[in-house]
Write a protein that binds this ligand. Structure first.
Ligand code: ADP
Ligand code: ASP
Ligand code: MG
Length: 450
């Protein structure tokens, strides 16, 4: 079993010439951005093209706020305000793109908004995660309806496909697991040999019973990899607001440099440790079929992109820095002065898994087991309630975890200057230190090599 893909989706014949493009929220954030897609696609319509699209701009965050209002007593006004603002944003984009053209998808979009508005009656009593998936999928359903209509309006023949019927998953809402065999069958049956551009939603899937599911926040990159894997595509291109993958977030490090070539393994490590530019589940399905991933700028498409494939030669050429913010440090201490040995660690990690959390750093000693976690309030509360029944807990919030891949000698100390490290960990390729965010700069600098 490789990378959790572990299924029998064998190559059927030779790899075809399919290319998969993925456009994230920033690349379709408004009418101007959507107009910008046309020239990027026009060059590629001479061979099969699958286009995977996210929700417009920050729509998913706005749908999360809408959901919170829909599930709270007495928040009807807040709900209506959120709903109308979302609808107005999408109408503004459609009006700018289509004017009063009959190609405008406004009616279809309004029908989707009506479905969104109505579904809370049925799902208010459902578990949060199920209601979440039924709600937030509308961001992608609506954006793709607009983008498909725009491409057809511009003369690029485009078919809209409902990813809830193609990406088949279990019912583990908000973090659904793929049924790879059913997904491959559905994708191949519907998309192979298509004469048109096939446009579909990232991030979302569906169960065999027709419930919508989601693959985890920022999951559209993974969706692109799923389509590419199932179709034995020749290439995946994810279009971003950066020219490629850098050795640190260029918004946070003033001297970040672009990594023009790196391996699937190295890119997976960077994404796993929190480099937000690619969803960590994206690389496995591509690696298994040797499909290269190109990260390219939608603003400057001619700029040199980053290419990720099996070549490992360039991986350690430069150290890479990754920040994970809003971290929480939890120390678990025994109440009975017994050791925090393997049975106890097993017990604690079991409760972590039950709460649906992942530890970004773990530290253990004789009388203490400590975990660095993302601040997901509901899940953390569940974990802490469970642990407090049997252990003493110390908690510190407001922390930043710095991870450095391939650190050079002295680099961690230079990066830590003037800051107390609450915890640290190091192995042959990776070093991590945990700081208080209030001690950290807004803009970081990668130390020059000595
Ligand atoms: P999408 O539009 O596909 O959702 P994201 O916003 O998720 O795109 O990813 C692009 C952003 O990722 C960039 O604006 C950049 O600030 C951030 N980022 C974080 N780490 C890196 C990195 N190592 N290289 C490039 N960009 C990074
Ligand atoms: N729209 C989803 C999100 O904002 C998925 C994605 O953009 O990848 O998380
Ligand atoms: Mg994103």
């Amino acid at each position: 079993m490789t990378h959790g893909v572990g299924h029998d989706v064998t190559r059927q014949g030779e790899p075809d010439m399919t290319t998969v493009f993925k456009f994230g929220g920033a690349s379709i954030k408004d009418a101007d951005a959507i107009r910008h897609l046309t020239p990027l696609l026009e060059e590629h319509t001479d061979r099969p093209l699958i286009v995977v699209v996210s929700a417009m701009g920050k729509t998913t965050n706005k749908l999360e706020a809408l959901l919170a209002a829909a599930r709270s007593e007495g928040k009807e006004d807040a709900y209506r305000e959120c709903f109308e603002a979302l609808q107005a944003d999408h109408h503004e984009a459609m009006e700018a793109l289509f004017g009063d053209s009959r190609d405008s998808p406004a009616e279809r979009v309004d029908a989707l908004f009506d479905e969104l508005d109505a579904l809370h009656r049925k799902h208010r009593a459902s578990p949060y995660a199920r209601h979440y998936d039924q709600t937030v999928c509308y961001g992608e359903l609506i954006s793709t309806t607009i983008v498909a209509a725009w491409l057809n309006h511009c003369g690029i023949a485009t078919d809209w496909h409902d990813a809830r019927e193609l990406v088949r998953t279990d019912a583990c809402h908000q973090a659904a697991n793929l049924d790879w065999a059913a997904t491959a069958d559905a994708i191949r049956e519907r998309l192979r040999g298509s004469e048109c551009v096939a446009l579909t939603q990232g991030f979302i899937g569906g169960t065999e019973h027709g419930d919508a599911t989601t693959l985890g926040r920022e999951g559209s990159d993974f969706s692109a990899a799923i389509f590419a894997h199932c179709l034995d595509a020749r290439e995946v291109v994810i279009w971003k607001d950066v020219t490629g993958l850098f050795n640190a977030d260029p918004r946070r490090f003033d001297n970040a440099i672009q990594l023009e070539r790196l391996s699937y393994a190295e890119a997976t490590e960077l994404a796993w440790h929190g480099a937000k530019v690619i969803h960590p589940k994206t690389l496995g399905p591509l690696q298994e079929k040797s499909i290269p991933l190109t990260v390219r700028s939608f603003e400057t498409p001619d700029a040199t992109p980053s290419v990720i494939d099996a070549e490992r030669r360039f991986d350690a050429e430069a150290p890479s820095c990754i920040l994970r913010e809003e971290q929480v440090w939890i120390e678990v201490l025994p109440r009975d002065f017994a050791f925090m040995d393997e049975p106890r660690q097993h017990d604690i990690l079991g409760r972590l898994v039950e709460a649906g959390l992942h530890a970004n750093l773990v530290d253990s000693s004789a009388m203490r087991f400590a975990l660095c976690l993302d601040n997901k309030p509901e899940r953390l509360e569940q974990l802490i309630d469970s642990l407090e029944a049997d252990y003493e807990i110390n908690r510190e919030d407001g922390l930043t975890l710095l991870t450095v891949r391939h650190p050079q000698p002295g680099m961690m100390d230079t990066l830590s200057e003037g800051r107390e490290a609450l915890a640290e960990r190091r192995n042959a390729t990776t070093a991590q230190r945990l700081f208080r965010s209030s001690d950290c700069p807004e803009t970081w600098h990668i130390p020059e090599s000595r």
